[in-house]
Design a protein around this ligand. Structure first.
Ligand code: SF4
Length: 375
């Protein structure tokens, strides 16, 4: 069993996974998840509420499962280039959608399992992020890292920059165990954080409400990616220059001193996105949006969502050079864009230029912005 496990590990590492560790498939995390859901921290992410029972027991995901193979893909960049004043993107987003680029690695991993254990496709299952598996908790259990006070998996080898994936097996393999012995049977967020509270202190919207608990409703990542509607006015200032996602609670973490440059076997970098100016983003047409963000996760927010975020960034960064395009967006066909453009124009001191637009306005969300700004 030991030789087979090590052979599997060796071959999965060769496929491009940077971490391959094993845990026993058994019930776990069910109570934690129920408490988090009961507090409403999932906001509108209803998909987390589905399959709660399965999330608490991997044997319900794959009947007969005995082993969780927890996989990590490092996406660290040690020499990040950032244009001065350019909008900020979550690092993970500056790649082709990792769900798509990691998937071929998992397909190949399945073939390795079939070969090594004389198994069939019914003897394993894999997921990257989207399955009913508490990946971060299992990764911690398997020893890929620990859950930090920022609620992210923190690796002693790669800092905060690991994508996670899971391979469930019916084959029984010896578990690796957590990072340190004191973590056995416990998964308390912040166990290896010590007295550090940098992520809690740095969060621009105070979204980390207690160690390891992020209130998604306050989180800039949630608001700029998952929220499909109006971003609450009281959170817009906290969005700062973050146009898509936010890495503040990851970037401030001292464990990043262990970060390594990614191998990028299962990743494709799309660094050119970070070079887009705010003006270029605000001027995107549907065709150009589709072209620029092809194959990336960013396309999920659609053009309207990105323009909404860009309006907020323009106001927060006092980008008066964007006033002209913002006035134009205040007459956009999509009410969501109009509402945020109105707000941004008002914040940039150009409100009188909107009077003509206001005369034609009928959408309540947009009118609410006028009213809030002018009383
Ligand atoms: Fe833990 Fe500090 Fe990292 Fe937050 S920033 S996860 S408190 S070590």
């Amino acid at each position: 069993m030991f030789e087979q496990r090590e052979e599997l590990r060796r071959r999965l590492l060769a496929l491009g996974f940077d971490e391959v560790r094993f845990a026993r498939a058994e019930p776990a995390f069910g109570d934690q998840l129920k408490t988090w859901l009961a507090a409403g921290h999932q906001a509108e992410m209803a998909w987390i509420e589905r399959a709660t029972e399965k999330r608490g027991d991997p044997r319900l995901v794959l009947p007969g499962a005995r082993t969780m193979v927890m996989l990590g893909v490092n996406y660290g960049t040690l020499h990040e280039k950032r244009e001065d004043g350019a909008p900020l993107w979550a690092r993970y987003a500056l790649h082709e959608d990792y769900h798509d680029t990691i998937k071929p690695g998992l397909v190949a991993a399945g073939k390795v399992v079939e070969e090594l254990f004389d198994a069939g496709p019914e003897d394993y299952r894999y997921y990257v992020d989207t399955g009913p598996v508490q990946e971060r908790g299992w990764a911690s259990r398997a020893g890929l890292g620990f859950t930090g006070k920022n609620a992210m998996l923190i690796s002693r080898r790669f800092g905060n920059w690991l994508f996670l994936a899971t391979l469930l097996l019916k084959e029984e393999l010896e578990p690796d165990g957590p990072l340190v012995a004191s973590m056995i049977g416990r998964d308390e967020p912040g166990m290896l954080c010590g007295k550090c509270t940098r992520c809690i202190d740095a969060c621009p919207t105070a979204a980390i409400v207690e160690p390891g608990v992020v209130d998604a409703r306050r989180c800039v990542s949630y608001q700029t990616i998952e929220n499909k509607g109006v971003i609450p006015r009281e959170l817009r200032g906290g969005v700062g220059a973050h146009i898509y996602g936010c890495d503040v609670c990851l970037e401030v973490c001292p464990w990043n001193r262990f970060a390594q440059e990614a191998r990028r076997v299962l990743l494709t970098v799309r660094g050119e996105i970070a070079e887009l100016s705010l003006q270029e983003i605000l001027e995107l047409t549907p065709a150009r949006f589709a072209e620029v963000f092809r194959k990336t996760a960013i396309k999920r927010v659609k053009l309207a969502g990105l323009l909404r975020n860009a309006c907020i960034v323009a106001a927060n960064t006092q980008s008066t050079d964007c006033l002209e395009v913002l006035v134009r967006l205040a007459g956009d066909a999509v009410p969501l864009v109009r509402a945020h453009a109105v707000w941004a124009v008002a914040r940039l001191g150009g409100f009188e230029r909107l009077v003509a637009v206001r005369a034609r306005e009928t959408d309540p969300a947009v009118l609410a912005e006028y009213t809030a700004e002018t009383g």
